[in-house]
Structures are given as C-alpha cells and as structure tokens.
Design a protein around this ligand. Structure first.
Ligand SMILES: [Zn+2]
Length: 316
C-alpha cells in the first residue's frame, strides 16, 4: 500500500482526546469530500474514497449520529479490475429533516435547485477539535508521497472557503502551508521535510512521523558521507598534483646544478621527495632526523621551488 494509505490507516485508529473532537473530524471529512451529483432523474449526495477503512469508518460514525443512515457501496472500477472505489450515498438526506439538520449543523447547506453545496464557515475554538478537523481533512482529501522519493504533502479542496479555512487551522498550529489553484482544485501543500513532520505530529500520525524522520536521517547521513568522500577526493588530488609538481622542479634543479650542491637541509628533503613520490608532507617530515613538521617540510619545498624558478629565469 502507499504511504498515504498507511497514514490514513493509522489516523483512523487515533483515539480522540475528547468527545467534542469526533464531531470536528466528521465535519472535516464531509466538508472537504462531499459531492452533489445532479443527473436528469435525481440528485445524489455522495462521498467517494479509495480507502476501504475510511469508508467503513465514516459510515459507522454517521450511523451513530443519524438514525436513518446512509448507504455504502464498494464498486470495482471498469478500467482497473482490482481497483475498488467506495461510495457512501446520503440519498435519504435529501428528504429527511433529521439528516439535513445534521449537515447544517456542520455548515453544509444543499441547494437542490441549483444542484450545489454551499458551505458556511465552521468555527472551532478548542485546540483539540482543530487538531481533529485537520486530521479529518487529511483523511478525506490528503496525500503524501513516499518520503524515500521526495517530500510532498498535498490536500485537494473543491471549495475556496473550505481551503482558506483549512489553511487557517493549519496556521493556528504554526504550520506554513502554501496554496495553488489547479484545474478547479484549491491545492494546499507542504514541501519541506520539517513542515511535513510538524503537520503529521499535529494530526497524530506518529508512526508515519517516525518513519519519515528515519528516512530523513538516512538521507542526511548519506549526504554527509558523500560530502566527506568528495572532500577527501579533492584533498587527495591536491596532494598528488603538488607532489608531481615538486618532483618536476627538483629534477630540474638536479639537471641544471645538481642536488648535491644544494644546502644540506634542502638537499635532504629533495632526495626524500624523489625517493618517496607518494608520501604526504607530514610523512616526509617523519623520515627526517630530527623530525620536521608538515609546515616545515612545506617551507623547504617552497624554497626549492623558488630556486627552480630562478634557475629557469637564468638567475643564480
Ligand atoms: Zn475537541
């Protein structure tokens, strides 16, 4: 199953902090996910999801609230044989006052003549309920890419008011959602790993959060290892190139004036360099007696370089 689907499984098992929160969660699921379909014959108020557990969960929750509950269907989509879509129909609701008042209570008003759903603002004051509202929204219209690939959390709203309201509730928890309109959908998204982790924390998806953090740590470690390897490769190249250069100018000095004519300190290091072309400066330093530091070796090699330069220019 997908990462999104796993999160939804987890969220459905989350315990409510209080009873009040259940209503907020159901409100969010319905306010973000209801569709009113109008055909010539009839109008259907329906909620569609690919998530089987969510459909059964929503169905049961509503059964608790209204006596004459909705109907639930599982349908195989014609194109993809194994793919099942779950549909909850609220047809009774169109004639039934009890159900209708239940919807109106959560800010959902049906205009049957126009075949549209109108939403009123749904104000929530308690922190616990806002959290549940955010959770319900993700259950209904949220998705998250597998963090192994990239970090992208998205909620697709059909309605501008609902989108603004949802973003407001996200901001209440100091989340920083972004928004874009795409093909009649109002899309709210998060792209930063840390923002997504914070969001998962707010809605109570703690297993998903841990999994995401593990992936982030692994990625971070991999990056660090890469950085170290790159850095070492770069240093190694520098060392090798420098050594090649040193050997070149020492050989030049030897051919023009002979190494044996150098002052003793320089003669010694010149010989060692020629005999140990792969040694690092500190390794060369340790071959001397008394030992010489890396910078001491470097200092002498620079002197040799200077001599070679002078010889090339014809100076003594
Ligand atoms: Zn609450």
């Amino acid at each position: 199953m997908s990462f999104s689907s796993d999160i939804k499984d987890e969220l459905i098992r989350v315990d409510y902090e209080k009873k009040c929160c259940r209503k907020a969660e159901i409100a969010a699921i319905l306010r973000t996910g209801l569709i009113l379909r109008k055909t010539k014959r009839k109008k259907t108020l329906t909620f569609i999801t690919e998530h089987g557990l969510l459909s059964r969960y929503l169905y049961t929750q509503i059964k608790h609230i209204v006596k004459k509950g909705p109907e639930i269907y599982g349908e195989k989509t014609p194109r993809l044989k194994k793919h099942v879509v779950y549909r909850i129909d609220f047809n009774n609701l169109l004639e039934n006052d009890e159900q209708r008042s239940f919807l109106e209570d959560i800010g959902i008003f049906l205009d049957l003549d126009k075949g549209t759903i109108e939403y009123h603002k749904y104000d929530i004051e308690d922190r616990c309920c806002i959290r549940s509202y955010l959770r319900g929204g993700f259950l209904s219209v949220g998705s998250l890419t597998n963090p192994d690939k990239s970090y992208h959390l998205e909620l697709n709203f059909q309605n501008k008011l609902i989108q603004t309201e949802y973003m407001g509730y996200m901001e209440y928890f100091d989340l920083k959602p972004k928004h874009i309109t795409r093909k009649n959908y109002e899309i709210v998204y998060l792209k930063e790993g840390q923002d997504i982790v914070d969001y998962l924390n707010v809605i109570g998806a703690h297993n998903a959060l841990m999994e995401m953090e593990n992936v982030r740590i692994m990625k971070e470690m991999r990056n660090q290892v890469n950085r170290i390897v790159n850095c070492e490769t770069a240093n190694l190249e520098k060392t090798v190139n420098a050594a090649v250069n040193q050997v070149e100018y020492i050989k030049y000095i030897d051919s023009v004036m002979g190494i044996e004519n150098l002052p003793p300190a320089l003669r010694e290091i010149a010989r060692l360099r020629l005999e140990n072309t792969h040694a690092s400066l500190s390794e060369l330093g340790k071959m001397l007696s008394p030992e010489l530091s890396k910078s001491g070796v470097n200092h002498r090699l620079r002197k040799l370089e200077k001599i070679a330069e002078n010889l090339r220019r014809g100076k003594p």
